[in-house]
Design a protein around this ligand. Structure first.
Ligand code: NAP
Length: 244
C-alpha cells in the first residue's frame, strides 16, 4: 500500500512509523506549507490518511475525491461539514472512513458505555457526566470523542436530552449532560464517564497511553476502504469486521 499523509505532525509521523513496520510506503507527506502533489505522484497513491486541521477538511476532501482517491479522516472538529463531505464522496464515487478516535480500545469502551447507558436509563437516581483531558496543544474542545460518547449516552438515557459543553452558567439542568474538558501537559487522551447517585458512583475510564493505537486503527480503516466506495464511520467498519 502507498499512502499519502495529509498532516505530518504528531499523528502523521506515528501513522508513518506503523505503516513502515507493515511494509507500506508513505509516498507523500503534506504540511501547511506543501503544494498539492502532481498528477503523476497522485497516480501512485492508494489511500489518503488525514490528520491535519479541521478548517481544511472540506477543501482537502474535494481535491482528493476529484482525483478518485479514498480517504481516512482522523482530523477532528469538522462535524459541521459532515453533509458536504458526504456529498463530495458520493458524487466522486470514491470512499471515506472517518472517526474522532481510531483507537480499537476506545471502540470497545464506547460499546461498554452504550451498554452502561442502557442500564442507567432504568435507575433515575444516577446523574451522568463526561470528563476528558488532553495535551495543551489540542485545537478543539470538547474532544470529538467526548461528543461521540455524549451523543451515545443521550440516545440511551431518556432523561438526558442536551449536551452542556464549556463552563456552566449557574446550575446544570436535569436534562443536561455536562462534558467538562481539561487541557494539561502531554496527556494523550483520557475520557471518563461518571454515573453518580446519592449512594455510590460508577466511573468508567479509557486512557490512551500513546498515539500508536490511533495509527493502528487508521491503517486498518485504510486497508478496508482501499477497494470500497461510500461514506463510513469507523464504528460501521468495526461492526462489519466484527460481524456484530
Ligand atoms: N481520530 C483520532 O484517532 C485522532 C487521534 C489523535 C489526534 N487526532 C486529530 O488529528 C489532528 C492532528 O493532530 P496532531 O496531534 O497530529 O496535530 P499536529 O501535531 O499539530 O500536526 C498537524 C499537522 O497538520 C499539518 N497541517 C496544517 N494545515 C495543513 C494543510 N492545510 N495541509 C496539510 N497539512 C496541514 C501541520 O503542518 P504545519 O506543521 O506546517 O502546521 C502538521 O503537520 C487533530 O485534529 C487531532 O484532534 C485524531
Amino acid at each position: 500500500m502507498n499512502i499519502a499523509l495529509v498532516g505530518y505532525g504528531k499523528m502523521g509521523k506515528e501513522v508513518e512509523q506503523v505503516a513502515l513496520e507493515r511494509g507500506w510506503t508513505a509516498r507523500v507527506r503534506l504540511t501547511s506549507q506543501s503544494d498539492f502533489p502532481s498528477s503523476q505522484v497522485i497516480r501512485g497513491i492508494d489511500v489518503v490518511v488525514h490528520f491535519a486541521r479541521a478548517a481544511d477538511v472540506e477543501r482537502h476532501v474535494a481535491e482528493w475525491a476529484k482525483a478518485g482517491k479514498p480517504l481516512v479522516i482522523g482530523t477532528t472538529g469538522w462535524g459541521s461539514s459532515m453533509d458536504t463531505v458526504r456529498k463530495l464522496i458520493e458524487q466522486a464515487g470514491t470512499g471515506l472512513v472517518y472517526s474522532s478516535n481510531f483507537s480499537l480500545g476506545m471502540h470497545i469502551f464506547q460499546r461498554i458505555v452504550k451498554h452502561a447507558g442502557a442500564l442507567i436509563n432504568r435507575f433515575e437516581d444516577y446523574d451522568i457526566g463526561i470528563q476528558e483531558t488532553h495535551h495543551k496543544e489540542k485545537a478543539d474542545s470538547p474532544s470529538g470523542t467526548a461528543l461521540t460518547l455524549g451523543n451515545l449516552l443521550l440516545n440511551q438515557i431518556a432523561r438526558k436530552s442536551e449536551l452542556l459543553t464549556g463552563t456552566p452558567q449557574g446550575a446544570v439542568k436535569p436534562a443536561q449532560l455536562q462534558i467538562s474538558s481539561a487541557r494539561t501537559g502531554n496527556v494523550v487522551g483520557t475520557h471518563s464517564v461518571l454515573f453518580d447517585s446519592a449512594a455510590d458512583a460508577i466511573e468508567l475510564t479509557h486512557r490512551a497511553k500513546n498515539r500508536r493505537g490511533f495509527a493502528l486503527g487508521a491503517l486498518l480503516a485504510a486497508e478496508w476502504i482501499h477497494h470500497r466506495t461510500g461514506f463510513y464511520s469507523f464504528e460501521e467498519v468495526m461492526a462489519q469486521l466484527l460481524d456484530i
